[in-house]
Design a protein around this ligand. Structure first.
Ligand SMILES: Cc1cc2nc3c(=O)[nH]c(=O)nc-3n(C[C@H](O)[C@H](O)[C@H](O)COP(=O)(O)OP(=O)(O)OC[C@H]3O[C@@H](n4cnc5c(N)ncnc54)[C@H](O)[C@@H]3O)c2cc1C
Length: 281
C-alpha cells in the first residue's frame, strides 16, 4: 500500500468489510445477526483488461456459492464495467446471465449497480434484456438524474425491481438536479411512484426525511419494499427499522479496490474529513 492508502485504510474500515471474500462473508454473517439481509459487492469498476473482467466474474461466482454454502441471507450486486462492458459487451451479457441463473438456483437475487451517466443507457438496456428471462434481478436508479422519472415509469411498466438511490458520481449540470434539495424532492416524486405502482423495490438512502416519507407511504400502500443502507452508516437507524418490523439490507463492499469507494464516502459527508484529519494527528 502507498502512504495515502495507509492513512485512509483505518478510516475506510468502517465502510468496507476488508480486502478479501472472507472478510465480506464475515460482515454478511454479522449483518444477518443484526437482522439485516446482506448485499455483497466485490469492489471494482472500469475494467479494461479482458482477463481481469473474467476473474472478477469468477469472484462473484465463488461469492454466490459461498453465500449459499454459509446459509447467509444475502445476494450480490455487480457493476457492468466490472464484468466486461468495456472489453466485450456480448461476453459481459453472458456472464451476467450466468450469475443471474446461479442466483436463481440458490434462491438469491442479482442486483446491478448504476454507474456514471455514460453507462446509464447501456445498464438499463442490459437490465431490461436480463429481466425478461431472470425475474430475480434488480437495478439501481439515481434520483439526481433528470431522466430517472421517465426511466422509472418504464421500468415499473416492465415489472422491474428497482433500488432507488440519490446517486454518487460527479455529473454535468445539464444531466442532474443542481442542489441536494432538488435531488431530495425528485427522490420523493420517484418514491411515490414506487409505492403507487411498483411491486417490489428498495428505498436505498440514509436520509431521515426520505426514510420517514417511505414509512408514511408504507402505512397507506400495500407495497413489498425494503430499506437499503451502506455498511457502517446509520447503524442505529438500521436497528430501529428492524425492530419496527421493516426489512433492512446492508450493502457490504469488500476487495482490494477499496480506496476510491472510501474516498467517495469520505467526500459525501464533511464529518468524515474531520475523522480523517483527526486520525493523522
Ligand atoms: C444500498 C445502497 C446502494 C447504493 N447503490 C448505488 C448505486 O448503484 N449507484 C450510485 O450512484 N449510488 C449508489 N448508492 C449511493 C447513493 O447514491 C448515495 O451516494 C449515498 O447513499 C448517500 O446518499 P443518501 O441518500 O444517504 O443521502 P445523504 O444526504 O448523502 O445522507 C443522509 C444522511 O446519512 C448520513 N450519511 C450519508 N452518507 C454518509 C457518509 N458517507 N458518512 C457518514 N454519514 C453519512 C448522514 O447522517 C447524512 O446526513 C447506494 C446507496 C445505498 C444505501
Amino acid at each position: 500500500m502507498g502512504l495515502k492508502q495507509d492513512l485512509v485504510f483505518p478510516i475506510a474500515k468502517r465502510w468496507i468489510a476488508g480486502k478479501d471474500m472472507k472478510t465480506g462473508l464475515e460482515a454478511a454473517k454479522e449483518a444477518n445477526k443484526n437482522g439485516y439481509f446482506a448485499l455483497l459487492n466485490f469492489l471494482g469498476e472500469d475494467v479494461t483488461d479482458p482477463t481481469l473482467a473474467e476473474s472478477q466474474c469468477g469472484e462473484y461466482t465463488a461469492l454466490q456459492k459461498a453465500i449459499y454454502d454459509s446459509s447467509i441471507k444475502g445476494s450480490v450486486s455487480v457493476k457492468l464495467t466490472q464484468l466486461g462492458l468495456l472489453t466485450d459487451e456480448v461476453v459481459m451479457k453472458k456472464r451476467l446471465a450466468a450469475l443471474a441463473s446461479a442466483a436463481s438456483s440458490m434462491g438469491q437475487q442479482l442486483w446491478l449497480d448504476m454507474e456514471g451517466s455514460r453507462f446509464t443507457d447501456k445498464t438499463l438496456e442490459t437490465y431490461r434484456e436480463l429481466h425478461e428471462t431472470h425475474h430475480n434481478t434488480g437495478v439501481a436508479l439515481q434520483a439526481y438524474m433528470r431522466r430517472s422519472e421517465a426511466d422509472l415509469s418504464s421500468l415499473i411498466e416492465a415489472g422491474a425491481m428497482v433500488r432507488l438511490v440519490k446517486g454518487a458520481y460527479n455529473e454535468s449540470r445539464d444531466l442532474v438536479y443542481g442542489s441536494r434539495k432538488e435531488t431530495a424532492e425528485n427522490y420523493v416524486r420517484l418514491l411515490r411512484q414506487l409505492f403507487e405502482r411498483a411491486e417490489n423495490f428498495t428505498v436505498a438512502t440514509h436520509d431521515s426525511a426520505l426514510i420517514d416519507e417511505a414509512r408514511r407511504l408504507s402505512s397507506s400502500h400495500d407495497a413489498r419494499f425494503e430499506f437499503g443502507m451502506l455498511r457502517g452508516i446509520r447503524d442505529e437507524l438500521k436497528k430501529e427499522l428492524v425492530s419496527s418490523g421493516f426489512k433492512v439490507v446492508d450493502y457490504i463492499p469488500y476487495g482490494d479496490q477499496w480506496y476510491s469507494y472510501s474516498v467517495r464516502r469520505i467526500k459525501e459527508h464533511p464529518s468524515n474529513v474531520w475523522l480523517l484529519l483527526r486520525s493523522l494527528v
